[in-house]
Ligand binder design. Structure first.
Ligand code: GAR
Length: 187
């Protein structure tokens, strides 16, 4: 049984979806949800689901305090699901090839600093893209640049608003993210 920790800065709908996917499986469990945002709705979700949650500051993220906490809790794998801050090198070094992120676009397009959530979808619509999608990748010390594990696409029509694109992307995330995590964790 692998212990998964999920980092989220906002709503946490992916965190909840991943939790539900693994709750009846023997392979892994979501045992911890962490956020840098004390007002993040993911905290309500964690409470409802009965999952332990932790709030940390951006300063704490850069110290070994968080690494030690994750080790103490027996965390094997870290999933970033809508997490806004850059992961520091000490955390990457403590979990080599054991941190993945989901990005709501087809990287390398629409990645990098500031490209988060609706900002991504607005840029995609403004550029009249015919398709967008999701990218699941390992986390390294550069935003959105780690090795890509998985991508899936969805079409965008001329009449689609950024909200429509956000909805399509979330559906793709709910469909694929948990099973991609399961595959990565498989021995
Ligand atoms: C997701 O669409 C995720 O791909 C995106 O934030 C959303 C979080 O939704 N992540 C990024 O933009 C990271 N650069 P959620 O809180 O409902 O899971």
């Amino acid at each position: 049984m692998k212990n998964i920790a999920i980092f989220a800065s906002g709503s946490g709908s992916n965190a909840e979806n991943i939790f539900n996917y693994f709750k009846d499986k023997a392979s892994a469990d979501v045992v911890l949800m962490l956020t840098n945002n004390v007002n993040a709705f993911v905290l309500e979700r964690a409470k409802k689901l009965g999952v332990e949650s932790v709030v940390f500051s951006s300063a704490q993220l850069k110290t070994d305090e968080l690494v030690n906490l994750l080790k103490d809790k027996g965390i094997d794998f870290i999933v970033l699901a809508g997490f806004l801050l850059k992961i520091p090198e000490n955390l990457i070094a403590a979990f080599p090839n054991r941190i993945i992120n989901i990005h709501p676009a087809l990287l390398p397009k629409y990645g990098g600093k500031g490209m988060y959530g609706d900002a991504v979808h607005k840029a995609v619509v403004a550029n009249k893209e015919k398709e967008s999608g999701i990218t699941i990748h390992y986390v390294n010390e550069h935003y959105d640049e780690g090795t890509i594990v998985f991508q899936a696409k969805c079409p965008i029509s001329e009449t689609n608003t950024y909200e429509d694109v956000a909805h399509k992307i979330h559906q793709l995330e709910y469909e694929h993210f948990p099973s991609v995590i399961e595959r990565i964790l498989a021995p």
